[in-house]
Design a protein around this ligand. Structure first.
Ligand SMILES: C[S@@+](CC[C@H](N)C(=O)[O-])C[C@H]1O[C@@H](n2cnc3c(N)ncnc32)[C@H](O)[C@@H]1O
Length: 303
């Protein structure tokens, strides 16, 4: 099922919790929908889907997002989905946008945007006002980003196919930045079975290096006192705490308390037998067995 490397790595990092995490990774996470209030009110959307036999329970941290408890047919194959009344995403991945809390007047940068789960959520909270600049480097993923923006009725977003590493060339500064970084995705092993055996130590180190480059690029275009949310769907300290520690200690950013912290496991201050900064407690992790989601990490930083 899981490679020896993953088993011993998880035991090393998570101790007694490792068993629970890997057990949860042996099954698919709960499916969740975020209702798109740009197009429909949540009550009406739920009413329509319940008539088709779907059952839901509320996601504790979002007023317009629901776990699917009974799915008589694929929810993606409903008219409501095609109409852009909801977006299917992991419940944990709602958290970075909730923490970003974009205002209707903000200029927001989504550094690594495809397929647009978070860009469309940002637009929803901004009520299609203000401006979002969404960057994506990969051509195929760009297509899915564009079609999701269209389906969800997003109108306040400029989409550029570009490397976020070169964002400074735009000559813009941003009130808020979301860096939902490319990562090993090791928190998605429940869904992505291949990762259970394919991940290597090199993968973690390679992504950690890339994430530090991306957060450096983000810091350079963030306004003074601007907010940066850093997130990954990885549970690895190299891709998470280490990147945040770099942002604080090397780039001079400040870490802030997460307002959703009651749902989260605090960041780690000791890993791989080394002590790290105590401020890392302010980061948050969603361990997959807590809410039957994928594994996720986030942190809020201020310039
Ligand atoms: C974790 S995914 C983003 C998911 C997206 N935020 C969402 O919620 O739907 C990371 C994305 O970063 C893109 N990416 C990787 N390197 C990049 C770079 N240098 N500049 C811009 N995008 C990049 C990948 O192609 C991938 O689509």
């Amino acid at each position: 099922m899981f490679s020896d490397f993953i088993k011993s790595r998880y035991k090393d990092i998570f101790g007694s919790k490792a068993k629970l995490i890997l057990k949860e990774f042996s099954k698919e996470p709960k499916k969740c929908i975020r209702i798109n209030t740009l197009k429909i009110n949540p009550k009406e959307c739920l009413r329509r889907l319940k008539l088709k036999g779907f059952f839901f329970s509320r996601v504790p941290w979002s007023r317009y997002s629901y776990f699917i408890e009974k799915e008589p047919k694929a929810v993606s194959a409903t008219v409501e989905h095609l109409m852009g009344y909801f977006f299917i995403q992991d419940a944990s991945s709602l958290l970075p946008v909730i923490e970003l809390a974009p205002k209707r007047t903000d200029v927001v940068l989504d550094m690594t945007a495809a397929p647009g789960g978070k860009t469309t959520h940002v637009a929803q909270i901004m009520k299609n006002e203000g401006t979002i600049v969404a960057l994506e480097i990969n051509k195929n993923r760009m297509d899915s980003l564009l079609s999701n923006l269209e389906r969800m009725g997003v109108e306040n977003t400029i989409v550029l196919r570009a490397s976020a590493l070169k964002v400074k060339q735009l000559g813009l500064k941003f009130d808020k930045i979301l860096l939902d970084a490319p990562c090993t995705a090791d928190g998605t092993m429940g869904k992505n079975q291949r990762l259970r055996i394919s991940l290597t130590n090199e993968d973690y180190l390679k992504y950690s290096r890339k994430q530090k480059e991306l957060i450096t690029a983000a810091n350079a275009v963030l306004k003074d006192k601007g907010v940066l949310i850093y997130s990954t769907c990885s549970l690895a300290p190299e891709e998470n705490e280490e990147v945040v520690e770099y942002a604080v200690n090397t780039l001079g950013m400040k870490i802030k308390e997460l307002k959703t912290k009651r749902y989260l496991t605090p960041g780690m201050t000791r890993f791989f037998n080394e002590k790290h900064s105590s401020f890392l407690k302010k980061c948050g992790r969603v361990l997959p067995y807590q809410y039957h989601t994928q594994g996720f990490f986030l942190a809020k930083l201020i310039k």
